[in-house]
Ligand binder design. Structure first.
Ligand SMILES: *Cc1c(COP(=O)(O)O)cnc(C)c1O
Length: 372
């Protein structure tokens, strides 16, 4: 689009000389994978989120897939997740042959509604993937209680929630197994990457083995494969970037929160809904800034108007069950999750990243106001 104005992207990672220095160190060490920088990154992250065990892998999706495997999911099983999420929340167990079941969300939290979740349980249900959408913690205790009542595995998809707190303690520290993701739009950006966090040493060992071709580090032969595995390794180069990002994570999160607070203020008199506010038990980590347009308003022209002015935006996030491949494979359609469908039809992501300048935010809000 040749509007002559500077483009404002939707997301942008923030790295500096520190990451450059750490990456150079790894390059010069010659230890590019399976090396000590991975161990260090895992230790630092585990400490930060209060999880006893962290295993770094090649993506958030790989992390979810490995947890779907340790949960023992397979053909004939069902797993329940939220449709207001990224496709990987469901794909991870479809990879293992389990069928996706979508439960509706709570309009106030945008996360799984525990009552709807319980209603969706059948004799075949084996696991729940609970998402912390937009970085706001899900109803972890209620969901955990439901899972233990019905004997289900619980996987927390916290890909968007690094740094968030539930009941005063960080996501990662609550005894549940879950994942974070490090794609460039995430709070901690390594390019590609993710981790599994777990409170079980056995699960941790299993994940470490499966990310590395099913090898077992028992002091025996390197080429000793005890199970089917993958190449889901993170590289030491990415781990180095991760360490640099971890060192400044508090600063990054504070900058994100400040950008969100400025949007809150600038949008006060604009006719959009701001969503899923924090409360005493749920302190979000700012991942994206989402607003909902008023019911009945047309979103497509607003998106087009913003884009015409060089402002990136997205209809974020569409329902997973309405994606073409889901409709084709499972026959899902409109009406399955009415609350999620309503919210997903009205939400809009605004440019959001730590170094977003106030004047650019003013431009975004003015453009939005005009488009409405
Ligand atoms: C980013 C994300 C993932 C994982 O993404 P990768 O691109 O595989 O790292 C999974 N679930 C949710 C909700 C996400 O936002």
């Amino acid at each position: 689009m040749s509007t002559g104005v500077r483009e404002i992207p939707l997301a942008r990672p923030l790295h500096d000389e520190r990451e450059e220095e750490l990456v150079l160190e790894v390059l010069r060490s010659g230890w590019l994978s399976n090396g000590p920088t991975i161990d260090r990154f895992e230790e630092l992250l585990a400490e930060r989120v209060g999880a006893p065990y962290v295993a770094a892998v090649s993506s958030g999706t790989a992390a979810l897939h490995l947890l779907a495997r340790t949960a023992g999911l397979g053909p004939g099983d069902e797993a329940i997740t939220s449709t207001l999420s990224f496709a990987a929340s469901a794909n991870c167990f479809i990879f293992e042959g389990a069928a996706p079941v979508f439960a509706d969300i709570d309009r106030r939290t945008l996360n799984l509604d525990p009552a709807a979740l319980e209603d969706a349980i059948t004799k075949r249900t084996k696991a729940v993937v609970a998402v912390d959408i937009f970085g706001r913690p899900c109803e972890l205790d209620e969901i955990r209680a439901i899972c233990s009542r019905h004997g289900l595995a619980l996987i927390e998809d916290a890909a968007q929630a690094l740094g968030a707190e539930y009941k005063g303690a960080p996501i990662g520290s609550h005894g549940v197994s879950g994942i974070f993701g490090f794609y460039p739009n995430k709070q901690l950006a390594t390019g590609e990457g993710g981790v599994v966090f777990t409170h079980s040493e056995t699960e941790w060992q299993l994940v470490r083995s499966m990310r590395h071709h099913g090898q077992e580090f028992d002091g025996g032969s390197w080429f000793h494969h005890v199970r089917l595995g993958f190449n889901y390794r993170l590289t030491d180069i990415q781990a180095a970037i991760g360490i640099g990002q971890l060192e400044k994570l508090d600063k990054l999160l504070a900058l994100r929160a400040a950008v969100a607070a400025r949007y809150d203020r600038l949008l006060e008199d604009v006719e959009v809904e701001r969503l899923c506010p924090d409360d005493a038990d749920h302190r979000r980590s700012w991942f994206v800034y989402i607003v909902a347009l008023p019911p009945g308003s047309a979103r497509e022209p607003v998106i087009e108007e913003l884009r015409a002015q060089g402002i990136a935006t997205a209809d974020y996030v569409p329902c997973v069950h309405l994606q073409p491949y889901m409709r084709e494979a499972y026959g899902f359609g409109e009406g399955l999750c009415p609350v999620a469908e309503d919210m997903a039809s009205r939400t809009l992501a605004l440019p959001f990243f730590p170094q977003l300048e106030e004047e650019d935010q003013e431009r975004v809000v003015e453009a939005l106001r005009a488009a409405l």
